[in-house]
Write a protein that binds this ligand. Structure first.
Ligand SMILES: [Zn+2]
Length: 126
């Protein structure tokens, strides 16, 4: 099997790592903020037990937890990307091993799959 190693130059990787670490930190802070806003988290509930308030709290909780899981996913993506950079696998499709289009990476820094594999995954997912 042919070694599929395209090394991105350090001049690209270093700022990328710095950026991703900054993003990770920012996302963690966002997650903490969202947790504070969630009325279902102990200590956050107000004493108003009217139906309107309950409904509003449920909506707020759903919104907050949906956003939190999105943030969590982004943090995981960043962590995986940082690992791939360390392993020298950044920019290589995790599925087929081909190089991911740099245009794609430009808009999605944490892209793990090439366009074709991503599309195939989406299809499978329905
Ligand atoms: Zn692929």
């Amino acid at each position: 099997m042919e070694e599929n190693k395209i090394k991105f130059p350090r001049s690209i990787l270093l700022p990328l790592i710095k950026y991703l670490k900054g993003e990770k930190k920012r996302l963690k802070e966002t997650k903490d903020e969202l947790k504070k806003e969630d009325p279902f988290v102990i200590g956050n509930r107000d004493d108003d037990n009217s139906i309107d308030s309950e409904v509003a709290e449920t909506v707020e909780h759903d919104r907050s937890s949906a956003m939190r899981s999105q943030v969590t996913r982004s943090i995981i993506e960043i962590r995986k990307t940082l690992t791939r950079i360390k392993l020298g696998k950044y920019g290589i499709c995790a599925s087929c091993g081909k190089m991911i289009d740099t245009d794609r990476l430009a808009v999605n820094l944490t892209a793990e799959f090439c366009v074709a594999c991503e599309a195939a995954k989406e299809k499978k997912r329905g």
